[in-house]
Design a protein. Sequence first.
Length: 277
Amino acid sequence: MLYTGRVGSYLISELHGNNNREYYFRAVASYEKTVHDHRTGRKCVRCGGDLLDSIVNFGEYLPAEPLRLARNHAKKTDLCLVLGSSLTVPPASGIPETVGTRKAAKLVICNLQETPLDGLVDQRIYSKADELMTRVMAKLDIPIPQFILRRRLIVQMETTGGSRHQLKICGVDVDGTPMTFLRSIKLDQYCRRAACIEPFTISFRSDLDIGTELKLELEFMGNYGEPNLEIIYSYTGEAGTEMMYLLEYNPQTGEWKTERQESQSVDEDKKPTRRGR
């Protein structure tokens, strides 16, 4: 990623993409769990197809337009700050070099190991990028907001006939778009096997008493090192009752916080009606 001297997203050349920016490419493909699997877990609201992130991994081509803009910006910028890069992988490594060879510009490199461009720098800092930027932000008196991972989970109990019930669990984004962030869900007291395929469903062959508490163990994808989390769903006896759980994870403390939001009940016309907590 290259930031240039002015504020504005149009002056940011994201050479290696953006994990929070998605696109959709309709194609038939077999996915494997590798770095080349770019599915974000969210679905297209129009057709239900998989949405893909825009990040670029090793062995993949850089996007042409951001690369062109980055090279043009390097010819005009006053300062290039390199954070934590070995500067050994082209073509991105050539952009700081363009700045370092210009007399009117300054090149600063922060990296624990030596780089091929150390001879061109105006200042060389042997430090971790986080430590340097923490001190820089403190010097500028700009607070660094704490990162909190937020997830939304919907749990719904359905009656499949007679005394049989089925529990459905799915993740959603803030706009209600389906979102995948779970690997599996366990409910040991009723089912020995974990639900590992979306949509996550757990079936009950016998009736449940009203007020029965179901302890669900959630296993996450682990992109942020999230530990498993246990939530409790209370059976109310009402068909179609839906409960939303707001989950917050703090990577610094390794702790989860959970909150149950207002539930919904689906009537005969499949129209959701709000209920109190």
